[in-house]
Design a protein around this ligand. Structure first.
Ligand code: SAH
Length: 376
């Protein structure tokens, strides 16, 4: 190309309307010189009817539809793989960009359907028992990429060969730490809650955190959905090992934030997740320590049998150990559920979600030789 060659005109980038909650859409339409109620109409078309083009939006004027075609788009992550497990659990691998993909899981149960949503490409926290952590971290997901998981799943489930299935609950328990992507996660949750979009109630959305204590307070102010906390150990020494974030926000600080979170509503409880690792955190003494720890916090406990992945140093606790642990908590009047392992034949169970991440740090390099060995 000569020095004077004319560069092709760049078409201006289109805005992705999946990035906008109702407030942002109203601003957008105001800037276009349109009435604010267009925001509600477009939300409904996009999220309730799954529209991905403006042609279908027949209650918008033709002129507005043409304007939108020119400057906006509705663009969700692309489905690369769609698998259904023997127990009906369905998992999608979604492409974000050239280097990153994430996984989203739908878990059907009697009377409800839960979508497990990812919030980051990879995770920076490096919990010792989690497959996502071993991949390292690339970036936060955009609002469009978070809500896009519901959008994609909703459309696919409407055409499910097993009959139409509905998302009644959302858990932010997929890949990543949602409280480290606070703004985008809150905006995406606003769309989940919006009656013109998914219309879920606050109680049917659960955000799970590894323990970002100060951000738990911010969440209470911004969008007080149900809170789950990945506790996994009843004392700091052990928790430092399993969840390194504990060194920054130790248990006392974390539980104080949890107490504040539910203080205003007497019926609310925090769910504490506790992964059952054989010989590590599953003894009767650990259970008694946990009972003492949670005495002052309105809690429920969710025991999660460890789901193995290649080259992990851990093993799942035996059914007897889990039963014994649970009995001690129940005796102390702690509501305790053992989480059923779902979809493990397609690697869709807790801690098995991996996708493909281009790690920006050194962690995946450290683990790469291990993964290679496992593949052989
Ligand atoms: N970062 C957030 C959300 C993602 S993890 C958090 O830490 O809560 C979702 C849940 O799966 C957490 O409770 C996590 O500790 C658990 N988990 C991770 N790896 C697991 C594994 N291998 N087996 C069972 N549960 C696991």
């Amino acid at each position: 190309m000569s020095a004077h060659a004319v560069r092709p005109l760049q078409t201006p980038a289109k805005v992705n309307l999946l990035d906008f909650d109702r407030a942002a859409l109203r601003e957008y339409f105001a800037a276009l010189g349109e009435k604010p109620f267009r925001a509600e109409q477009v939300l409904q078309w996009t999220h309730q009817y799954g529209a991905d083009s403006f042609d279908a939006m027949t209650n918008l004027s033709k002129a507005l539809r043409e304007k939108l075609q020119h400057c906006a788009e509705i663009k969700a992550p692309e489905i690369m793989l769609d698998q259904t497990a023997a127990d009906g659990t369905r998992k999608w691998l979604l492409r974000l960009d050239s280097g990153n993909s994430i996984e989203t899981v739908f878990i059907p149960e009697e009377g409800r359907g839960t979508l497990c949503v990812s919030s980051q490409a990879g995770c920076a926290l490096d919990c010792s028992f989690c497959a996502t952590g071993k991949q390292g971290f690339n970036r936060n997901l955009t609002v469009a990429e978070i809500i896009g998981q519901l959008w994609v799943a909703n459309r696919a489930l409407k055409r499910d060969p097993r009959g139409e299935r509905v998302i009644t609950n959302v858990v932010l328990m997929g890949m990543g730490e949602p409280l480290l992507n606070f703004d985008n996660v809150v905006r995406a949750m606003n769309i989940m809650l919006d009656d013109f979009a998914y219309g879920l109630s606050r109680r049917r959305i659960t955000l799970s955190t590894a323990g970002m204590a100060p951000v738990i307070d911010q969440l209470r102010e911004a969008c007080p959905v149900s809170l789950a906390v990945s506790l996994h150990a009843p004392n700091d020494a052990l928790r430092n090992e399993l969840v390194p974030l504990n060194k920054k926000y130790p248990i006392t600080e974390l539980l104080a934030a949890c107490k504040r979170y539910v203080a205003d509503e007497s019926s609310r409880r925090v769910t504490f997740e506790y992964v059952m690792l054989d010989g590590v955190n599953d003894s009767p003494e650990h259970a008694r320590e946990l009972v003492r720890l949670l005495k002052e916090v309105p809690s429920k406990v969710n025991l999660i049998p460890f789901n193995p992945f290649p080259n992990t140093q851990y093993q799942r606790s035996s059914a007897q150990a889990i039963g014994r642990f649970r009995a001690i908590l129940m005796e102390a009047n702690l509501v305790t559920i053992t989480r059923k392992t779902r979809g493990d034949d397609i690697d869709a169970a807790c801690g098995q979600l991996a996708g493909e991440i281009q790690d920006r740090g050194s962690r995946s390099r450290r683990y790469a030789p291990l993964r290679k060995a496992a593949a052989q």
